[in-house]
Design a protein around this ligand. Structure first.
Ligand code: NAD
Length: 439
């Protein structure tokens, strides 16, 4: 089963329980459109390379569409379609009024210079702009695997130039640097959201006792796969709340320590260009999977999709799987693990912190004024970071309550993923029905 088939199975397994006309359900499931773009860039050595890229628009039931842009050598059309679809259901689930979109450029950033990456980014932005597929009211990208605020700043600057300084240019892309009209707290928002979601689950004593765990984050043993934006920040917030980060896996190796790893120290180590498998006071290996299969309370896959699948699901020794990444557990593995008593906190809910704070950034950009500047008559006590973090906390806590209510309302045990899909699909179906598209 490939990534697209796995997503379709998740969708159908939830939709079959809902009272929605088949035609409407087919519309909600399928991706409205996907572009395959090919464009040339001149490399620093003077050679010309043709770059493959995609832009997916899953659902226009709300505007604009939202979803990150990924730079990876593994990007392909089906992946972009699935990732755009996940964005639609994620936004519906956490009450962010956007449709789902996604972008992907088939490059491994490590193989290009900064200058080349800037050219690729600006050209991709032009390609989207010229198709009316980028802008504050059409598609608003943000960061994803392989991209940071740097690429978002380049997109903003290109869009602004092409749109003749459209007054709302800043709202054409989120996750920008704070000095480029971004918001405080966006960089760490997805990881913070992962922490909030895990905290909420761990406060439900009855639920987690099924997995043989006691309530609370304190002392929980956690392994993280992917120490990038999402994985590092999730590890950091959980560590600060008293969890023990026992393992970290990267693409070129992994490390394990019963005593725990300090995420900030590891980050500093990697920033200096040192290898993860040389990190001190740990069991280390050049095998990225060495720490992945160790026993733990919570495993956080925060790199790429399909990493827990039919071939390795038997090796997982975690009580909770917390999906920082999009689509890390396949349909088959999800079924097997859930039946074995493992609690899976699904991507649709758990990594929504990024899009929630991107929504706040978009609102700020459209308002053209920082929060509190007018309402509080110069009272500077209102700090943007506190407003953002409180609103993120409130949105994710509320969404967790909705998820729990959905699970309890069905009368028999359903997984968090089932509840998330059912809630998302129902909300989108209602929007279509109320708009009168499906009388
Ligand atoms: P990132 O590029 O910042 O980090 C990804 C990390 O994973 C990198 O450090 C990379 O070296 C590592 N990695 C790659 N292959 C690996 C492997 N085989 N084993 C272990 N580690 C590996 O990306 P990110 O923004 O943290 O995104 C990670 C996941 O989270 C993606 O699935 C993305 O779609 C999802 N996500 C990201 C955001 C966001 O705001 N950035 C929001 C929601 C979901």
């Amino acid at each position: 089963m490939n990534f697209l088939q796995s997503f379709e199975e998740f969708y159908e397994s939830a939709a079959k329980h809902l009272d929605i006309p088949k035609g409407l359900s087919d519309q909600i499931k399928s991706c409205d459109s996907v572009y395959h773009l090919r464009f040339p860039i001149t490399l620093d050595n003077g050679e010309i390379e043709v770059i493959d890229a995609w832009h997916g628009e899953h659902s226009h039931h709300r505007s604009p569409l939202k979803g990150g842009i990924r730079y990876s050598s593994l990007v392909n059309e089906d992946e972009v379609k699935v990732l755009a679809s996940l964005m639609t259901f994620k936004c519906a689930l956490v009450n962010v009024p956007f449709g789902g979109g996604k972008g992907g450029i088939k490059v491994d950033s490590k193989n290009y210079t900064d200058n080349e990456l800037e050219k690729i980014t600006r050209r991709y932005t032009f390609e989207l702009f010229s198709r009316n597929s980028l802008g504050p009211n059409t598609y608003v990208p943000s960061t994803d695997y392989g991209t940071t605020s740097r690429e978002m700043n380049w997109i903003y600057s290109t869009f602004k130039t092409l749109s003749n300084s459209n007054i709302d240019s800043a709202a054409s892309v989120t996750s920008k640097s704070v000095t480029q009209e971004g918001v405080n707290g966006r960089t760490e928002a997805t990881g913070r959201g992962v922490y909030i979601g895990i905290r909420e689950l761990l406060s439900d004593e009855r639920e987690i006792s099924r997995a043989g765990l006691k309530a609370g984050i304190e002392g929980k043993r956690i392994i993280v796969q992917g120490f990038g934006n999402v994985g590092y920040h999730a590890a950091l917030f959980l560590y600060e709340a008293g969890a023990i980060i026992t393992g970290v896996c990267e693409y070129n190796g992994s490390i394990y320590s019963d005593k725990g790893i300090n995420p900030s120290e590891l980050k500093e180590w990697l920033k200096q260009g040192k290898k993860i498998y040389d990190f001190e006071m740990c069991e280390t290996s050049e095998d990225p999977w060495f720490a992945f299969y160790k026993e733990c309370d919570i495993l956080i896959p925060a790199a790429l999709e399909e990493v827990i699948n039919a071939t390795n699901m038997y090796k997982i020794k975690a009580k909770i799987i917390a999906e920082g990444a999009n689509g890390p557990v396949t349909f088959e593995a999800d079924k097997y693990l859930t039946n074995s008593g493992v609690i899976v906190l699904p991507d649709l809910y758990l990594n929504s912190g990024g899009v929630i704070v991107s929504y706040f950034e978009w609102l700020k950009n459209l308002n053209h004024v920082r929060w509190g500047r007018i309402e509080n008559q110069g009272n500077n006590n209102l700090k943007e970071i506190d407003l953002i973090n409180n609103a993120l906390n409130e949105t994710m806590t509320q969404a967790f309550r909705e998820l729990s209510e959905k699970r309890n309302s069905t009368g028999k045990y359903i997984s968090y993923r089932q509840a998330a899909y059912r809630l998302g699909i129902e909300k989108i179906a209602n929007t279509y029905i109320e708009m009168g598209l499906f009388p």
